[in-house]
Write a protein that binds this ligand. Structure first.
Ligand code: SF4
Length: 79
């Protein structure tokens, strides 16, 4: 499992999450930040500091939100 960054990050991109991640798995994309689901260790540190509550556990994604996990997977697959 992993944490996933959702659409409130778009247009916000405040980036507090990046500096608290203990495994350095959050990177900036063109529209939002992304969490690498293969590296995330589910510590929740990023979720606690996000000012727009954009970060959720993969387990809690609604069907409408699952596309953001796919976007993250594609972001890291294409690098
Ligand atoms: Fe990094 Fe922890 Fe957030 Fe995963 S849950 S992206 S390991 S800070």
């Amino acid at each position: 499992m992993a944490f996933v960054i959702l659409d409130p990050c778009r247009g916000e991109k405040s980036g507090e999450c990046v500096s608290v991640c203990p495994v350095d798995c959050i990177e900036e994309g063109e529209d939002q930040f992304y969490i690498d689901p293969d590296i995330c260790i589910d510590c929740a540190a990023c979720q606690a500091v996000c000012p727009v509550d954009a970060i959720v556990e993969e387990y809690d994604l609604t069907s409408d939100q699952e596309k953001y996990l796919t976007l993250a997977e594609e972001f890291f697959a294409n690098r």
